[in-house]
Structure formats: C-alpha cells, structure tokens
Ligand binder design. Structure first.
Ligand SMILES: Cc1ncc(C[n+]2csc(CCOP(=O)(O)OP(=O)(O)O)c2C)c(N)n1
Ligand SMILES: [Mg+2]
Length: 801
C-alpha cells in the first residue's frame, strides 16, 4: 500500500467507525422511545413524548455542535442530547419516571415531563460554570415556539461578545463570539407568532442562529395544509434568503432520512453561522413519527394507509441502515448485532433507573411502617392502623403521596394518644425533607440572591438643586454602564434618541450601539433577547416601552424566565432586568397598572414598583449585584418631576422586599406604591387639617413583599388599614391585603374593616377627566379614609354625604 492509500484506508476506517457509532446512538435512542412508550402504557410513567422518526438529522446537528454552543429546542431532541453526551439511557428513564433527584434526572429533577432537556450552566452553589468548556442546552419549555425568543438572545450574545471589549470573565462564556445558538422547532409550531417574530428579528440582527425545522407534516393530528401556507415553511420564507445586495438568511432544505446530505448541510450551516454571524434555517422535511405524536393517542386515527406505509419505508433509521449496507459500512449482520446489543443495554439501564427511582421511596415506606407499628401497639385504634400498615406494606412500588396520605390519616385517629407526637414529628420531618424536591429554587438560592445586597442610601451634596427625574435615571445608567462592561440595554427607541423619556440620552454615543440599542417593535423577542443573553453571562436590561405592552411579553416572562431556575432545580439562571414605565398617564393603553395580573403570572421574577427615579435607579444598582431577574416599573408621570440628584450614582442601593414608611401617623395605615403614592400623600396632608393623622407606607417591592413584616407593626399601632391601588378591584390590592392579613396576621390588631380603594374595573379613559373618573383621586382617597374615621367617631367626623 502506498502512503496515500494507507491514509485513505485509515480515514475511511475512521469514518466508518464514526458512522457505526452514530447508528448505535440512533438505535439506542429509538429503543428508548419504544420502551418508553411501554413504560407509560403499563402505568410506570405518566406521559411520554419521544424522538422516534427524527433521530438521524439530530446526529448531524450534534456533529456540528461545538463546546460553548447552545441549543434552544423542544421535546423531540432526545437523540441530539444523547449524541452530545448529555443524556444517557438511565437518565432518559429517570426523566420519564419523574425522579425528583438531580443526580438521576439532571434535566429537571423530575419537575418537567420527559423530553424536556437541559444542561447545567451553574454549579450546586448557583455559580457559573465555564460554558465554553461544555456543550449547552437551555432548558426546554412546553408552549410550542416558546423556545424561539430565548434562542435569539442566545445567538445575540455571541455577537455582543465578538464586538464589545472589556467584558469580565468573557472566556467562560465566549471565545470571540464563535458560538452558535441552535434552535429546533416542529413544523406545525412554526405557525406561532413567536416563530415569525424571531425569524424576522434574527434576520435584522444577523446573529449566529441555526433553526432546524423538524417537518413530519403534522402537528399532533393536524396536517400541514391547516398549518402552513403552501404547506412548506422554507418555500414561504424564501424572501429571507440573503443575496449579493441584502443581508438575510441562508436557507437549506434537506431530507430527514438522508444521512450524508444531512451531515454536509449541518457542517455548511455551522460554518456560515459561526464565521459570518449569518442566521441559517434548515428545513428538514420528509420526517416520520413511527409511534405517533405522544403516548396519548395513536396516529392511525389521522394518517391514511399510504402515509403510514411511506413512513415505514422512509423511517430515517431504516434509510440510514440501507445506505450503510449499500456503501459497505457494515453488513446487515453487523447492524443486527448493534440492534440487539442496544435492546439489552436499554432494558438494563431502564431497570436501573426504575430501581433507583423506587428504592429510596420503599425505604421511606418501610420506615413509616415501623413508626406506625410502634404506634399501633399502644393504640386503641390498632385495628384501623393495622389496615393502613397492611395496605402500605402491600404496595409494590409506593409513591410519596401514598405514604403521606396514610400517615396524615392515622394522625387524626391518634390525636389524643401517646404515639401522636412520634407520628407528627415523622410527618413534619419527612415533609421538610421532601417538599424542597418539588418547591426549591423558585428564586435564586445562591449567595448573590436579592437579599444579599444591603441598602446604601443616596448621598447628597450641599446644593439643594433639583433636576428632572429622568436625569437621575440617565446619569445613574451612565455610572452603571461604565462600572459593568457586560451591561447592555435595548428596546424600542432606546438607542438613537435615548428612550422615549430621555432616560438614556447620550448613552449610545458614549457606549456604542451594541450596548445601547434600538429594537424593532416586538416585545416578546425583546424579552427573549434578554433571557438568552443573561443565560450567557451578560447583564442585559430589556426595555418594554410601556407597561401596557408588557402583555406581549408576559407569556415569555411567565413560561420561560419565571420558571427557569425552578424548572432546572437551580442549574440555569437568567439575571435579566426588565425595565418598563407605567401607571397613570393618558388613556386606555398608556395608563394601565395591571399589577395583579403581572405578579400572579410571574412568580419567580421580582416585581419592583419604585415611587420615583432615585428609588428606581437604586433598584437597578441593587439588581446588578444579584443574580436574579426582576421587573422594574418606573412611574410614567415621574420623569419631569424634580428630584435631588444623588452624588453616589451607580452605588446607592434600594433594598428589595423592604417597605418604607414615608409619613408617620397614628390613626390609620395607608399602604400604596408607585404613582398613586403622591395622591395618597396629598390626601394625608389634607386629612391632617381635620385632625386625621395617617401613616403612609410605600410597598416599593410587590414581589418579594415586606419581608420584615413592617406593615403589621404599623397596623398594630393604628388599628386601621386601607390599601390604595390604581389596579382593578381585586387586583394587586387583593394580593397586598392577603399578605398583610393572612401572612402578617394583621387582623388581630384591626378595629375597623380593612379596605381597598382601587380604580374602576374598566380600563382608564383618556384625558384628565378620564383619569379622574377611572382611577382613585385625592378626593376619593380623602373621603374613603374619612368614612372609615366617621365610623369610628361620628361626632368628630360627621358624614360627608
Ligand atoms: C402554545 C401551545 N399550544 C398547544 C400545545 C399542545 N401541543 C403540543 S405539541 C403540539 C403539536 C406540535 O407539532 P409540531 O410543531 O409539528 O411538532 P411535532 O410534535 O410534530 O414534532 C401541540 C398542539 C402546546 N404545547 N403549546
Ligand atoms: Mg410536526
């Protein structure tokens, strides 16, 4: 053999080995899908959704995927995760069973149904790992196309890292912006608005993003003819194709069963995105679903015989196998051997996963049975307790719910017996141990959480000069941008003109348009940009121009950002700041204050409602020292109000979760926040004239709420409580009341009925009269308080009406 021939043989052998290995991954993954379905149908797992029919393109994607890259995909990507080495068979089954231990189900510790994938960006203490040393997958969410906005941000981070200098710890997050963000989405899910919004935004931003559309012609039972114009997503997106004159996308179409074509398509896509920062769409069509959509239902109900037989023939693994044999990569016998080995491996790992899942619970059951036996021995209720013992002991594979039901039911029977304290201790100890498995990490548990930052008061010089509030915000941002090079802000009108209220005036000139930039009108993907970039170590501030338009983004805030720490059991974070402005100003869409809706939709994100720009600036200063996401609502009518400008810009800090008493008083506690506070202050002043002395508390932070329970201390003094809020009746005021009465037990100190004063149930009408007749006015507040005091002392405060 000549030297070249030897080289050729070696490289052919290497290639062959790689192909065989790929085949093995595909087969193992397929076997997992088949056995996974059985596990659900036999009742061991609750729900299954698998990759079968889409294995081969995922092998190709995995080959092009490098360390530092990120995936933002959906529930079909099990083969990909296996191919990049981030999901093994046992973990696959642990996820299917819902094993609530991160060691076993590293994807979500059993919090997400199987098929929702992730990797660990954080160590057990919540600190960043070096993301450039590993392959990364952002944690999946179930809402179709919900992965798209985040994908945009993950890709944009590379662009920022390549173009902005001075970012700290940069190499842990990026090597010169060479990382690609890989999206996957089902064909039917491309019907969602979020898909089109993201496609457009990435084309504008020119970011290294590669979207694979796994096209199997269906979305559950609904055929492409109901989903996509021309039934062809790449065809209708052709206008996005870049050309000599215009930037745009590279669009690639490839058959999902053509292994060699897939490999070259993915290599090409990777190169284009990685080197040129050009987004790529890969339309992978002719894919199948051998077992149908999920374990709920069968596809024979909606696919005809022709389709089913085409699917059998064009099953991507069957085609890969055929290609391997035709090209002498392997004989049919070789492949059969791989198949049968895979079956054995999967079965074994499945058993191990089941045993790991059930063993600790069985041990806990045995422990409880022993406790119950001891109690039964001394109890007049022995026969009844024995029944519980027998039932519990007879459960072959118990779950924790069954343990607690038995224990809690028995506790009721022995409430007056000696064994009671043993059992109640067992129940509380057990619950304390188990509850965190289901409830931890809604917020950061690291040492950088919001409670780790102490208050720093603003410092003022000798001058009493006051400036427009927007200047306090602007100059504070200036200080922050120079202090933290990884900080960037983007939103509608944020860049060139420095936001609609000039709070960012001059910042783009100073810090460049990668850090202070305009965005298209597309709130959901502005949010997504923020989430993705925050997940890659940057400190984005996503600006939503008006609070009223946050609704476009709230789905992503609720489904993605708010759940991120929780759904990864603390292994991913996105410390994103969302800046917006709201509360009363003018008209139906520039005066809303739907805070009740917001706080209830986004538990997992802090919600801060500063009454002026100094307080707002202080929140930004605090947040940038923490690792948590938060929404800051600036007062829309506060930018032109005068405030003294602090000297320690960028340094003073408003504490989070702490209320502030802004006027002391003895007769009634008034609780409010934001723009309404100014009216409350005015009403309180006028009430002093008739001898009513109210105490005013600024909530400042709706989530978390008054962690020191200061409001109840005030109520203990005044014995009366009124919550004033410009949200709808039963909105944020109901939440505030629940916190004060229920959490803080303020009912014990009340001598009058606790009340709320809110806006009308409709949206606020336009104009000054519209505001007066829609939102609480100074007179409304005055009279409400007066009426409460009238009831207390009718002689002193005769009825007004
Ligand atoms: C917003 C939203 N609506 C509905 C669903 C229920 N759902 C789950 S998967 C699915 C079909 C998705 O089809 P496709 O995008 O083609 O992906 P495939 O399952 O075919 O891979 C639907 C309607 C959902 N998860 N999210
Ligand atoms: Mg589909």
């Amino acid at each position: 053999m000549t030297e070249t021939e030897t080289k050729k043989t070696i490289s052919f052998d290497d290639f062959k080995a790689e192909v065989l290995n790929d085949y093995k991954v595909a087969i193992v993954s397929r076997e997992c899908s088949l056995l996974g379905r059985k596990e659900v149908l036999t009742g061991k797992a609750k729900f299954g959704i698998f990759v079968d029919g889409k294995e081969v393109p995922q092998l190709a994607m995995a080959k092009a995927f490098r360390n530092g890259d990120f995936r933002s995909g959906y529930y079909r990507d099990q083969t990909f995760m296996m191919a990049i080495g981030k999901l093994n068979i046992q973990q696959f089954f642990a996820g299917l069973y819902g094993h609530s231990d991160l060691e076993h189900d590293p994807m979500s510790a059993g919090r997400q149904m199987g098929g929702h994938f992730s990797t660990h960006s954080l160590d057990e203490n919540g600190n960043w790992k070096s993301l450039t040393q590993q392959k990364n997958s952002s944690a999946d969410i179930s809402p179709t196309a919900g992965q798209m906005p985040r994908l945009l941000g993950l890709a944009q981070a590379s662009k920022v890292f390549r173009n902005v200098s001075g970012i700290e710890n940069k190499t842990d997050f990026s090597i010169n912006g060479n990382e690609v963000a890989w999206g996957t989405i089902g064909n039917a899910s491309t019907s969602e608005g979020l898909f089109f919004e993201t496609i457009n935004a990435a084309g504008v931003l020119q970011v290294p993003m590669i979207i694979s559309v796994w096209d199997d012609e269906y979305g559950i039972s609904v055929h492409a003819r109901h989903q996509t114009t021309k039934e062809n997503i790449s065809e209708i997106l052709k206008g996005f194709q870049r050309d000599e004159e215009n930037k745009g996308y590279e669009i690639i179409v490839v058959k999902g069963w053509d292994y060699p074509e897939l490999i070259s398509a993915y290599e090409r896509a990777s190169q284009i995105a990685r080197e040129q920062h050009v987004p790529v769409l890969i339309h992978v069509h002719e894919l199948t679903q051998p077992q149908g959509h999920s374990t709920s239902g069968s596809h024979e109900r909606y696919k005809d015989a022709d389709r089913l037989s085409w699917e059998a023939e064009y099953d991507c693994i069957a085609q890969m196998r055929k290609w391997m044999i035709e090209n002498e990569m392997a004989t049919s016998e070789d492949l059969d051997a791989i198949d049968s080995q895979a079956k054995k491996d999967v079965l074994e790992a499945k058993k191990a996963a089941w045993s790991a899942y059930t063993t600790p619970i069985k041990e806990e059951r045995d422990e409880l049975v022993n406790v119950l036996k001891t109690i039964a021995e001394q109890s007049p209720n022995k026969v009844f307790i024995d029944k519980y013992i027998n039932d519990l002991s007879g459960i072959k594979e118990p779950i924790r719910k069954e343990l607690l039901i038995a224990a809690r039911k028995v506790l009721r029977m022995i409430i007056k017996e000696a064994g009671k304290s043993t059992l109640s201790t067992w129940i509380t100890t057990y619950t304390e141990k188990i509850q965190p498995k289901f409830s931890s990490h809604l917020f950061s548990q690291s040492d950088k959480n919001v409670f780790s930052v102490s208050e720093v008061l603003p410092e003022y010089g000798d001058s009493n000069e006051e400036v427009d509030g927007r200047m306090v915000i602007r100059d504070n941002f200036d200080a922050l941008f120079s202090k933290y090079p990884g900080t960037l802000v983007f939103g509608e009108d944020c860049g060139h003109i420095g936001d609609v209220n000039q709070g960012l005036e001059g910042m783009q000139e100073k810090y460049g348009d990668f850090r202070v930039c305009d965005a298209g009108i597309r709130e959901a993907t502005i949010l997504g940009q923020g989430i993705g970039m925050a997940m890659r170590g940057l400190r984005p501030i996503a600006e939503i121009q008006y609070l009223d338009y946050l609704l476009y983004a709230i789905q992503i805030m609720s489904d993605d950002l708010a759940t991120l720490q929780y759904r990864t059991a603390g292994r991913q974070k996105a410390p994103l700041i969302i800046r917006t402005r709201g509360h009363r100003l003018e008209g139906i869409w520039h005066s809303g204050s739907p805070m009740g809706m917001i706080i209830n939709a986004i538990r997992g994100i802090h919600v801060l409602v500063p009454r002026n720009m100094t307080k707002a600036a202080g929140f930004y200063n605090t947040l940038l020292e923490t690792d948590e996401p938060a929404l800051v609502v600036e007062c829309l009518n506060g930018y032109r109000l005068k405030e003294k400008k602090p000297m320690n810009l960028g340094e003073f800090k408003t504490p989070i979760g702490v209320v502030e008493t802004i006027k002391e008083g003895t007769d009634i506690t008034l609780v409010s926040y934001g723009s309404t506070l100014r009216l409350v202050e005015q009403a309180a002043k006028e009430l002093l004239e008739v001898g009513i002395d109210a105490e005013i508390i600024d909530v400042q932070s709706l989530l978390p709420f008054d962690v020191n329970h200061d409001i109840v201390k005030s109520v203990a003094k005044t014995n009366r409580l009124l919550v004033i809020d410009e949200d709808v009746p039963g909105g944020a005021s109901a939440y505030i009341l629940q916190q004060i009465l229920d959490e803080q037990n303020a009912y014990r100190y009340l001598d009058s009925k606790p009340e709320t004063l809110t806006s009308k149930a409709h949206r606020p009408a336009y104009g000054t009269d519209g505001d007066y007749f829609s939102k609480p006015s100074v007179e409304d507040i005055y009279e409400k308080i007066y009426a409460i005091m009238h009831e207390v002392n009718p002689t002193e405060y005769p009825q007004l009406y």
